[in-house]
Design a protein around this ligand. Structure first.
Ligand code: ATP
Length: 231
């Protein structure tokens, strides 16, 4: 692998203590390079989402470390972790989580407002360009309830890309979509990798979809048990 990985996990583990202790992830080593499309697969409850959340700094490991562009993150204060998430990572979930009272464009502008790098007309122009690049130019002023499921998920992808992240992390992004919308979303993710050299990491139950990624890791009982595809 050339250069510093965008995300690298080293002996990553997450244990839940308390009344019902559980090992969500243990001993995970993984590196994600620019221009990589990685699929995380495995049985229900095996720890796929837990791994993705740790890689995305949405959860804290109990052992090991997550490096983002070479920087260790687990001991950083939460505001510094939030700043890395906002600036370098984009998130898409199975449910779109768009704000219902906001238009598609306003939803896409939210992360840009939070970061504050762009303002006013420049910010709006970027939002419209992003929506346009995902085939949503005619829908920018519509609210989520005026859009189809596939369109909502594409708005969610536009929002995830708002701050130009190096990595897009997606938890079952096509889980609620029909075949046609799944293909549209997959084509968008593929383009982010091939044309824009971002890294895309998806959790999916769809093995046919996973087979079209560049790499697959399989999680069983909280462990990465094997990997297929180019390293
Ligand atoms: N905060 C938590 N506290 C206790 N147990 C948890 C917690 N989060 C997840 N788990 C458990 O850890 C295991 C792994 O969960 P996770 O959601 O990562 O699996 P998954 O492979 O993504 O599952 P699915 O494919 O069904 O979404 C599951 O048994 C889950 O019930």
């Amino acid at each position: 692998m050339n250069g510093t990985p965008l995300i690298r996990a080293e002996n990553l583990g997450r244990v839940i203590t308390g009344e019902v202790p559980a090992t969500l992830i243990t001993g995970a080593d993984l590196a994600v390079a620019p221009g990589t499309f990685l699929a995380i697969t495995g049985p229900s409850g095996s720890g796929k989402s837990s791994l993705l959340y740790l890689l995305g700094l949405l959860d804290l490991p109990t052992t090991g470390e997550v490096y983002v562009e070479g920087r260790a993150t687990s001991r950083l204060p939460e505001d510094a972790r939030a700043a890395i998430r906002l600036e370098k990572l984009g998130f898409v979930f199975q449910f779109h989580f768009l704000l219902p009272e906001f238009t598609a464009l306003e939803n896409v502008l939210l992360p840009m407002r939070a970061l504050g790098r762009l303002t006013g007309a420049a910010m709006e122009a970027r939002g419209l360009a992003l929506l346009g690049s995902l085939g949503l130019e005619a829908h920018a002023r519509k609210r989520p309830d005026q859009l189809s499921g596939g369109q909502r998920q594409r708005v969610a992808i536009a929002r995830a890309l708002a701050n130009d992240p190096a990595v897009l992390l997606a938890d079952e992004p096509t889980g609620n979509l029909d075949t046609h919308s799944t293909e549209q979303v997959f084509a968008i993710l593929r383009r982010l990798v091939d044309a824009e050299k971002r890294a895309v990491v998806i959790v999916t139950h769809d093995l046919a979809l996973a087979a079209r990624a560049d790499r697959q890791v399989r999680v069983v009982d909280g462990r990465i048990v094997d990997e297929a595809g180019q390293a």
